[in-house]
Design a protein around this ligand. Sequence first.
Ligand SMILES: Cc1cc2nc3c(=O)[nH]c(=O)nc-3n(C[C@H](O)[C@H](O)[C@H](O)COP(=O)(O)OP(=O)(O)OC[C@H]3O[C@@H](n4cnc5c(N)ncnc54)[C@H](O)[C@@H]3O)c2cc1C
Ligand code: FES
Length: 269
Amino acid sequence: MQSSQAAILHNKKVVDDYFRMRLSWSGMEVRPGQFIMLRVSDGLDPLLRRPFGIYNVIGAKKTTGFSFKRPTGVEILYRVVGKGTAILSSKEPGERINVLGPLGNGWVEPEEARNVIMVAGGVGLAPMLPLAQRLKAGALLFGARHKADTKIVAGFSGLGCKIKIATDDGSRGFKGFVTGLLAKEIKPDSVIYACGPAPMLKAVAVIALASGARCFVSLERTMACGIGVCLGCAVKTGAHKAGYEADGFSMVCSDGPVFDSTDIDWDAL
Ligand SMILES: Cc1cc2nc3c(=O)[nH]c(=O)nc-3n(C[C@H](O)[C@H](O)[C@H](O)COP(=O)(O)OP(=O)(O)OC[C@H]3O[C@@H](n4cnc5c(N)ncnc54)[C@H](O)[C@@H]3O)c2cc1C
Ligand code: FES
């Protein structure tokens, strides 16, 4: 993990409020599912860095194995939801931005990629691309508000995963929540990787538990430090499970963002 200044190589609108930013950034290693924190302003407002999943790893030297070695750049896929992301969307190529990362644990490598099901809601798609690039198999179930938003899934074409889409209004694919697709696809030997809004993740966890499938979720919490110091991103874990000896709290930034879904106390999230 390092803090460094990175040059913005491009920052383009993909569709509606979704943008894609490429940064010139070198690091030793990036695991699929890790994230970075960006200081979007040089001033005091907003003060805190904003966390974003690593969507694409550029120029990695080693193409085998689960991690990406010695990349020369990273991309994020982000949605404008407030002040910080609005500032981010106004940045121009050539500007420099402070990057802290890579942070977090990243996805757990599956023993076998055959029955992997990636479940993404909205911008929860971002940390799935490095995973799909590594696995080159399985299925991606993507839930979006409407057909226009599904444009962001284009980067997954040709990666070897079967793509199924659900939209809230039925304008493309299955009409309804992405969990409706999951209920049809899941098998007891599936391994689920999920990222999206908390209610979606909770529903995914319930379906996985009922099916006996292993399930990993990538959580989003408001973060201040990103390195396990401020305790601002704590979630209740473990205490609800009989015989579990952890202290009952985990930091999403440093213990996660990826957790086994059965470790999360979903009622307390
Ligand atoms: C590990 C991690 C990875 C993330 N990856 C991505 C990503 O790849 N792409 C992306 O677009 N976003 C991602 N997010 C969410 C992103 O960090 C927030 O959308 C961003 O910080 C909002 O900043 P803002 O100043 O624009 O909004 P604010 O003005 O701070 O808030 C606007 C709205 O967004 C909500 N919000 C703020 N921060 C978060 C947060 N951390 N999680 C969920 N909702 C939040 C607020 O409750 C509020 O409703 C990630 C968050 C985490 C914790
Ligand atoms: S953001 Fe500070 S402990 Fe996680």
